[in-house]
Write a protein that binds this ligand. Structure first.
Ligand SMILES: [Zn+2]
Length: 283
């Protein structure tokens, strides 16, 4: 799933390549992707792209005051093409949900797999998108004191709080694994009970890991962002492989509807975390 760094890089790619071009046509191959009915997507036709920005993990293409906003969800992606096919994609078939023609070039919004959660909105104000209206401060903009205030009194696990977009915007499952590993904190630690030193450390790594990933992503071609994200990971998606810091095997644990990776030696004092999903079922 694209998180803050990848969405930032996609927005930058659109600023460099789409701004100044005219939307020739938008093809909607999957109607379920569009979460707004009015205005129609055809309202974008003939408009000039004036900006592209990121709100948390949402991508916002500003077409002269009318915005095409999208959330790429778990398996969605934006595929830019310098030679976009003029043919509309076949509805209901294949991964392409939406195609935006920008005069010879353009992009597809695609989604792999059967679980469809890619979403797009056409709005005059991005704040009309409920998920954007609810966003907490951007992860890159929260200063140390502001960050500490977000965690105060929170009884949830730190993994949950870090990935909750209404608390802090932009961090998902992958980068939260990386941040917690760098900060040597258990994903199951109670957010509000972290001591001041741990909170300061955590804030530092939120900044460092995300800024590093943004820098790396910006140097990549949009087409290679996915691979770049994966290659930069130390624990996320690396179950069974050695931790690059201490050599212990990276472990996986399930919690709620996701699985996360961590290093026992670096993060939990050597303890293996119990699979919360299973233990709840067994109770
Ligand atoms: Zn380790």
């Amino acid at each position: 799933m694209p998180e803050l760094p990848e969405v930032e890089a996609l927005a930058k790619h659109l600023r460099d390549h789409a701004v100044g071009r005219m939307v020739a046509r938008v093809d909607v191959a999957s109607m379920s992707v569009l979460k707004t009915a009015d205005p129609l997507w055809t309202a974008l036709h003939g408009r000039e792209v004036t900006d592209a920005v990121r709100h948390g993990k949402y991508l916002d293409l500003d077409c002269g005051g009318l915005h095409l906003v999208c959330h790429l969800a778990k398996a969605g992606w934006l595929r830019w093409s310098d030679k976009l096919s003029a043919t509309p994609p076949k509805p209901g078939r294949g991964p392409i949900a939406l195609r935006v023609h920008l005069g010879g070039v353009g992009f597809d919004l695609t989604e792999a797999g059967t679980q469809k959660s890619l979403a797009a909105w056409i709005v005059e104000d991005p704040a009309e998108v409920p998920g954007i209206a609810r966003l907490g401060p951007d992860a890159l903009e929260a200063d140390a004191d502001g960050f500490a205030a977000l965690l105060e009194g929170r009884t949830e696990r730190i993994k949950t709080v870090l990935t909750e977009q209404s608390t802090i915007a932009g961090i998902g499952n992958a980068y939260s694994d990386e941040i917690l590993h760098a900060a040597k904190l258990s994903p199951f630690a109670t957010a509000g009970k972290l001591d001041a030193a741990a909170v300061t450390r955590l804030h530092g790594y939120v900044q460092e890991i995300l800024r590093d990933a943004v820098d790396r992503s910006l140097r990549q071609d949009a087409a290679r962002l996915k691979a770049e994200k994966r290659s930069g990971m130390r624990v996320h998606g690396r179950t069974g492989l050695p931790c690059p810091v201490c050599g212990d095997a990276v472990r996986e644990v399930s919690f709620a509807d996701r699985s996360m990776q961590y290093c026992p030696t670096c993060q939990t004092g050597g303890k293996q975390l119990a699979d919360r999903r299973m233990s709840r079922l067994l109770k």
